[in-house]
Each structure stands twice: as structure tokens, then as C-alpha cells.
Design a protein around this ligand. Structure first.
Ligand SMILES: [Zn+2]
Length: 498
């Protein structure tokens, strides 16, 4: 191994030795090198991490915050986070792009077909039970227990979690709640939710949470009501930016801002609808032939027993603005097939269209649920904190990749999931330590540095001793003084060419 580049302080030291024989200084330097190297070794992963050393992470979802909202009105607080952290321009969330499925995917890393919360409105034919955001059915544990959310995993690993209104976080799942949580109550203000989160993070060490989740209903509600393209949405977005600013200020006031990693994202975007773009199912198939399970724009249809093919054939070519799938023919890219809660027939309207039975039903100017590759359906994603790089822009990621990323940041083992840390590790300020297959070329160089440093230090000490002894010997033999330089110089050069 060749060390052609000798640090300038090392060259000066060698010159000093050769010219003046300043031995004690070199001896000190040689002895210090291994110590410096050992310190570096500790910094590069030698430190064992107790539960109380665990990094902090707060995950915030502004429901329905579309990725491009931050550029349509001034949003200084979002941009401040981006300047000092990371942003991902395109996040592919999970199909269907509804609130419950996506919020559960964010904390499990699973597609909806695997975590089981396949829609906001569900029917389970095996149990003959229904799930609806409008009823207390969402508190029935078993709906959620096809997966384990991160707040429970971290508790199992000895950490603590706190949840402010995140969908599912006030449901007993596998017998447990988050250590701290708020029962869902839409009338609790954002500021009060933040207050509780701050309280939980700044509790005494043995009670403080390591992982927090915070949910806010806007701008989803306004997006549905006004339509995302309405100029009336501008003040709503500005208000959300103000709420983010409020959270940042509260974190700063509590002394948490530099230590808590903050991720701000959403479950989905929002598409503009029009009363001119309505599909009326009553025109094509009798209501007697099916049960309407989930709402537009992806309608779950449960045909009367034995009438699947009949219902399908009535719908499949009925309207050019909707696509009708048999469950078994759903495109693989949706990862939306292998669950009994997915209905035998699914009707998806094209972007901007609404499916109703007839026009007497409620109509909204904005909606989501459409194909997850549509840009209008995709959420914002920014993050800042000690775990993240600064001022870094990433092109794309999948929402399911967030889970392994959060597990890595929190130092908890990830449960099996559909995400990949490798896809998103470039967001991190430090490369994950134990990723031999995925480590970029050159990453291993750091691990050799302490060893090489130690070896160089020992060689320097030995070199000094040899030269010093020779110099002392030569002083006693003045007639041989000229030869000492010829002898000492090659010796030291060889030492440098290890
Ligand atoms: Zn939502």
C-alpha cells in the first residue's frame, strides 16, 4: 500500500526530525496517532446505543397536501425546511389513494393489500362486517391487525411513542395503544395537538417519547369542498404553512428543534372535479344486482352471489370515462388484489370524473383515490434534522420506503415490509453502516482508516527510535556525520512506502 500523499504536518515533522533531530515531539505525535484513530473508530459505528440514546423522530401528515401546493403561494416555512433538509419531488403513494390505506402504509411500509386497510369504507365477506369512517367500526382492532404499526414496534424495542390523532393510533392493535395518544376528536385544534406532542417529547428521560405522529385534517377538507384549483385554496395552503411554522417555533422553544428529526408529508393529493363529469351507474346496472361498498373514484362493487359476470359485462364497456376491473385482473403495479376485503369488481373513474348511482347524491369539487401514478394524487415530502442531509433534492421515492427509513433513523429493526432503505438512504446525512451489498464504491475506505492510522503511528515511533539512536551514535563518531543523512533519509522514505 502506497501513501504518496503525506499530510503537511507530517512532512513538517519529518523535516524537523531530519534536520534537527527533534525526537520528543515526534514520539508524542506517533503515540497520538493511534488514539486519534480509535476515536474515529468510535464515531464510525463502534458506539453501542442504549434505548435512551435513540434518535427522535416526529412524523407529521397534513391530510391531502398535494406535492405542488408549496410552490403556488408563499410557503416560507416549508422552504426553510427544504433549505436545511431534504425534499422528494415525486412520492408514489399506495393504491387506492385514500386516507386510511395511505396513513397505515406510512407507518407499516406495506401496500394496502397486505396491511388490510384497503379503503376508507370496507366490507369483509368472511366476517360479514363493515368498516366505515362514519362509524365506530374503525375502533374494532381486528381490522388493523394484519399489520403492526411502527409505534408498537418501537415500544417492543424498548422505545416510546406518542400519537396525536393519526388514523389508527387510538385503536388497540395487538393489545396495545401508543404509550401516549389522543382519542380522535376533530375539534381539537392543531395548536393543542402540537402542545401535547411537545409535552411528550420533552418529558423526563424515562418517559419521553422517541417517535411521534401528528395528524391534521387540512387541506383535505377544503380541497374536497372548494376543489384544489380554486383560488380559495390559496389562503388554506398559507394557513397550513403557518401551522408548520407554529410547530417549528414550539420545537425551538422547547429546545427540541436540533435533536428531533421532522418529516412532513401527506397521504395523497387532490384532483379537481366537475359537475359536468359524472358517471351514473343506475344507467347501466340495476342496484338490485350489487352492493356499493366503497365510494368514488374507485368504487368497490359486491355483486349479488352468482351474478359477478353479469354485473361485469353490463359495466365493462358502459362508459369511456371509467375502467372496470375484475379483482383478478387488477394491474400488478397497484399491489391491490390479494385481500378478501378488496371487492370482486372495482370501477375506477378517469381523473376528474365522479362515479355516482345518480345525481341526487352528494357531489364534491375535489377528490382523491385515483391511480397512484397520477401526479395530482401524490403528496408533499420534506424532512429536516440530524439524520437528514441539508439542502438536498431527490427525484422520487415510494411511500412504502418511508417505513424502513424511519426504522433506520430510530434504530429499531424493521418488520417485513414492501419498502427499501436502499431506495432512500441518500436522504440520510450518514450512510447506513451495515449495508455491505448496497454500500457505494469507496464506502469501506473509512473502516480501514483507523487501522492504517494506527499502523502509521507505530511505524513513526519505531522510525524515530532508529534515527534517534543512530544520531546519538553518530554524534559520538564525528568522522561519520556526513553519512548519517544518507542513512537516515532512505530509512524514513521506506517507512512511508508501506
Ligand atoms: Zn386523506
Amino acid at each position: 500500500m502506497h501513501f504518496r500523499v503525506v499530510p503537511s504536518h507530517a512532512r513538517a515533522m519529518l523535516g524537523c526530525l531530519l534536520r534537527r533531530g527533534c525526537g520528543p515531539l515526534v514520539l508524542l505525535w506517533g503515540l497520538m496517532l493511534p488514539l486519534v484513530s480509535l476515536r474515529r473508530l468510535n464515531q464510525h459505528g463502534g458506539r453501542s446505543q442504549g434505548p435512551r440514546d435513540r434518535p427522535k423522530l416526529l412524523l407529521l401528515s397534513f391530510d391531502g397536501f398535494r406535492w405542488d401546493y408549496i410552490d403556488r403561494v408563499p410557503t416560507p416555512n416549508f422552504h426553510n425546511l427544504i433549505d436545511n433538509g431534504v425534499m422528494v419531488e415525486q412520492v408514489e403513494n399506495v393504491y387506492i389513494t385514500k386516507t386510511f390505506p395511505n396513513h397505515y402504509s406510512l407507518v407499516t411500509g406495506l401496500y394496502a393489500e397486505t396491511h388490510g386497510i384497503v379503503a376508507n369504507e370496507m366490507y369483509d365477506p368472511a366476517a360479514n362486517r363493515s368498516f366505515s369512517m362514519e362509524t365506530d367500526s374503525i375502533y374494532e382492532s381486528w381490522w388493523w391487525e394484519e399489520a403492526v404499526p411502527l409505534w408498537l414496534t418501537i415500544q417492543k424495542a424498548g422505545g416510546r411513542s406518542g400519537a396525536a390523532m393519526w388514523p389508527g393510533s387510538d385503536v388497540k392493535i395487538h393489545g396495545e395503544f401508543p404509550d401516549r395518544y389522543l382519542p380522535y376528536n376533530a375539534s381539537v385544534s392543531f395548536e393543542d395537538r402540537v402542545g401535547r406532542i411537545i409535552e411528550w417529547f420533552s418529558a423526563p428521560e424515562e418517559e419521553a417519547v422517541d417517535f411521534g405522529v401528528l395528524y391534521w385534517e387540512e387541506p383535505d377538507e377544503s380541497g374536497h369542498l372548494l376543489g384544489p384549483e380554486s383560488s380559495l385554496m390559496d389562503p388554506v395552503i398559507i394557513d397550513i404553512d403557518g401551522k408548520l411554522g407554529y410547530l417549528i417555533n414550539e420545537l425551538k422553544k422547547a429546545g427540541l428543534y436540533e435533536s428531533v428529526n421532522l418529516i412532513v408529508t401527506s397521504d395523497h393529493g387532490m384532483a379537481q372535479l366537475s359537475p359536468d363529469k359524472i358517471i351514473e351507474l343506475d344507467q347501466y346496472v340495476s342496484r338490485d344486482l350489487y352492493t356499493w361498498v366503497d365510494k368514488s373514484p374507485v368504487v368497490g362493487i359486491l355483486p349479488v352471489e352468482g351474478r359477478n359476470d353479469e354485473v361485469y359485462s353490463k359495466l365493462v364497456d358502459a362508459n369511456p370515462n371509467m375502467v372496470v376491473y375484475k379483482k383478478e385482473d387488477l394491474p400488478e403495479r397497484f399491489h391491490y388484489q390479494h385481500n378478501i376485503r378488496i371487492m370482486p369488481i372495482l370501477i375506477e373513474s378517469k381523473e376528474g370524473w365522479t362515479i355516482m348511482q345518480n345525481r341526487t347524491g352528494p357531489f364534491m369539487l375535489g377528490n382523491h383515490g385515483f391511480d397512484n401514478t397520477l401526479r395530482s394524487m401524490q403528496p408533499v415530502f420534506v424532512a429536516r434534522g440530524p439524520a437528514f442531509r441539508q439542502n438536498y433534492l431527490k427525484d422520487s421515492m415510494r411511500a412504502v420506503d418511508l417505513y424502513p427509513l424511519m426504522c433506520h433513523i430510530l434504530s429499531v429493526p424493521a418488520l417485513p415490509n414492501n419498502g427499501s432503505l436502499r431506495n432512500v438512504q441518500d436522504l440520510l446525512s450518514q450512510e447506513p453502516a451495515r449495508t455491505t451489498p448496497s454500500a457505494p464504491p469507496g464506502a469501506g475506505v473509512h473502516s480501514y482508516a483507523p487501522v492504517v492510522g494506527s499502523f502509521l503511528g507505530v511505524v513513526m515511533v519505531l522510525g524515530f527510535l532508529v534515527v534517534y539512536i543512530k544520531q546519538v551514535t553518530l554524534k559520538q563518531l564525528p568522522s561519520l556525520k556526513h553519512r548519517s543523512r544518507e542513512m537516515s533519509q532512505p530509512l524514513l522514505q521506506e517507512d512511508l512506502h508501506l
